[in-house]
Design a protein around this ligand. Structure first.
Ligand SMILES: NC(=O)c1ccc[n+]([C@@H]2O[C@H](COP(=O)([O-])OP(=O)(O)OC[C@H]3O[C@@H](n4cnc5c(N)ncnc54)[C@H](O)[C@@H]3O)[C@@H](O)[C@H]2O)c1
Length: 419
C-alpha cells in the first residue's frame, strides 16, 4: 500500500506581487458567489464581464466593478485580461473555455470542466500545448475546514486513514421552494439546468476534491444511481431529469476506501468523516468554509463497553477565516480558486486545482453519474416464506388487500398505504 501522502494544499493564498486582470463570462446566480468573495484577493483586478443577457452583465459590473463587454470576442480581445472566469451553464463550459484558451487566456471554469471526458481532455491538451493554465471549481479545498482537516490527516492525528464516509445529500429538492431562491442581484436559481445536469455533476466535486487531495486519485470504484423523485417535478418531464441519487464505493491510491452518497432526495447530510486506526476526524458540512473539524481519539476500553472513542474535540483552524464571504446557504470560498490560478500563473506553475486534478474529478464524477458496477441481479429461489415471494412484493407495492389491519404507521400516513 503506498504511504500516506503529505500536505499538498497551500496554506494561505499569496499575493502574486502584481494585479492580474480577470473577466467573467456568465453573470447568473453563481456569479454573486464570486463577486462577494473577490475582495479577499485584492490583486485580482476585475476588468469586466459579459453575458448574453446584457442586464446581468450590467448588474454584475455595477456591483463588483469592471466594464460590460458588448460581446465575448470583445472580452477575449482585451489584452488586460489574463484569466477568463467561465460561469456559463454547464453545457457551454467546453465551447466557452475552448474559445478562451484559443484566444490565449488562462481559464478558470465553474464545475464541471465539461460534460464529457473527451471534451474536457481536449481542453486540458489545448491548455498544455499553449502553455496556459486551466482550472476548475469547486475550490472549497481552500476553506478553513478543508485545510484543517487535511493538515490533521497529514499530521497523523488519526493514524493511518482506512475508511472515509462522505455525503452530499442536500435534502429533497423537489419538495423545496426552489423557485423562490434568488442570488444577491435577484438572479433566480436555475433549477431546470441543475436537475437536468443532475446532483452528481453539480455536487460530486465538493467531496471528491477533498478526498483526492487527501488520499490520492481514485484507482477502483463502483457506483449505483437511482431516479427516486424524478416524477415529482411539475415543470419538467421525468425523462429529462438526471438520476437524483448516487451511491459510490471508492478506493484511493493510498489504500483508503470510502463510500459516497450524493443526491437531492435524502434529508441534508453533507458530512465527511475520516476513520483512521487511531481515531476519527469529521466535518459536519463541507459547504461551510468555517465548519468545525472534530477529532475523536481512540481510547482504551474495558468491560462490556462499546465506546472506544474519546469525546469530540474541536481542532484549531490552521488558516485564518476569509474576510469577505457570501452569506448564502453555503459558504464556498469560490474566489480562492481564481486567486490560486492567478498566483500559479505569476509563478509559472500549475495551480493546486490543476487541469489534471480537475479532469480526474470529472472522470470519477461521470462514473458516479453513470452508476455502473454494483447493479447485479439477485436470483431468489422459490421459497415457502411468503416474504420472499413475488406475490408478496407485488402486494406491498399495490396497496394490498391481505393486510387489512390498520397499523399505527398507516395512521401516521393519513391511513394511506404506499402505492
Ligand atoms: N446555482 C448554484 O447554486 C451554483 C453554485 C456554485 C456553482 N454553480 C455553477 O456555476 C455555473 C453557472 O451556474 P449558475 O447557477 O450561475 O447558472 P445561471 O443560469 O444562473 O447563469 C448562467 C449565466 O450564463 C449566461 N449565458 C448563457 N449563455 C452564455 C454565453 N454563451 N455566453 C455568456 N453568458 C452566457 C446566462 O444568461 C446566465 O446569466 C454552473 O457551472 C454551475 O454548476 C452554480
Amino acid at each position: 500500500m503506498p504511504p500516506h501522502a503529505t500536505a499538498r494544499v497551500p496554506g494561505e493564498l499569496v499575493n502574486p506581487g502584481r494585479p492580474v486582470g480577470i473577466a467573467f463570462t456568465g453573470c447568473g446566480y453563481a456569479a454573486d458567489f464570486y463577486g462577494a468573495t473577490l475582495p479577499n484577493y485584492p490583486w485580482l483586478d476585475v476588468r469586466g464581464a459579459y453575458d448574453i443577457r446584457a442586464d446581468r452583465a450590467q448588474s454584475f459590473v455595477h456591483e463588483y466593478g469592471g466594464r460590460v463587454y458588448g460581446s465575448f470576442d470583445e472580452l477575449l480581445a482585451d489584452p488586460t485580461v489574463a484569466i477568463v472566469v467561465n460561469l456559463t451553464p454547464v453545457t457551454l463550459h467546453h465551447s466557452v473555455s475552448k474559445a478562451a484558451l484559443l484566444a490565449g487566456k488562462h481559464v478558470y471554469s465553474e464545475k464541471p470542466l465539461a460534460t464529457r471526458l473527451d471534451e474536457a481532455s481536449e481542453l486540458v491538451r489545448l491548455a498544455g500545448q499553449r502553455s496556459l493554465l486551466l482550472s476548475s471549481a469547486p475550490s472549497t479545498v481552500f476553506s478553513q475546514s478543508a485545510q484543517t482537516l487535511m493538515q490533521a490527516v497529514d499530521d497523523g492525528l488519526v493514524g493511518r486513514p482506512r475508511l472515509v464516509h462522505a455525503a452530499l445529500d442536500m435534502g429533497a429538492l423537489a419538495f423545496m421552494a426552489y423557485t423562490d431562491w434568488h442570488s444577491k442581484r435577484g438572479v433566480p436559481w436555475p433549477f431546470e439546468d441543475e436537475v437536468r445536469n443532475g446532483c452528481v455533476m453539480e455536487h460530486a466535486g465538493y467531496q471528491l476534491s477533498w478526498l483526492v487531495a487527501m488520499f490520492g486519485p481514485v484507482v477502483r470504484m463502483a457506483a449505483h444511481t437511482a431516479s427516486l423523485l424524478v416524477d415529482e417535478w411539475t415543470t419538467l418531464d421525468a425523462r429529462e431529469v438526471a438520476p437524483d441519487h448516487s451511491l459510490g464505493f471508492l478506493e484511493f491510491a493510498d489504500g483508503t476506501v470510502g463510500r459516497i452518497s450524493i443526491g437531492w432526495v435524502a434529508p441534508t447530510d453533507q458530512t465527511l468523516t475520516v476513520i483512521g486506526d487511531k481515531g476519527t476526524l469529521s466535518v459536519g458540512d463541507v459547504w461551510q468554509a468555517s465548519e468545525p473539524v472534530m477529532l475523536r481519539r481512540r481510547v482504551d476500553t474495558n468491560g462490556k463497553d462499546h465506546a472506544y472513542l474519546a469525546p469530540p474535540e474541536q481542532l484549531p483552524f490552521v488558516v485564518p477565516a476569509a474576510g469577505y464571504r457570501y452569506t448564502d446557504t453555503h459558504d464556498l470560498t469560490v474566489g480562492a480558486g481564481v486567486a490560486d490560478l492567478a498566483w500559479a500563473a505569476a509563478e509559472n506553475r500549475q495551480p493546486f486545482l490543476s487541469s489534471d486534478f480537475c479532469l480526474h474529478l470529472l472522470d470519477v464524477s461521470l462514473r458516479l453519474a453513470k452508476g455502473t458496477g454494483v447493479a447485479e441481479s439477485v436470483a431468489v429461489p422459490p421459497s415457502a416464506d411468503e416474504k420472499l415471494s413475488d406475490s408478496y412484493t407485488r402486494h406491498l407495492v399495490t396497496a394490498g388487500q391481505r393486510h387489512t389491519r390498520r397499523s399505527a404507521t398507516a395512521d401516521l400516513a393519513g391511513g394511506k398505504r404506499r402505492t
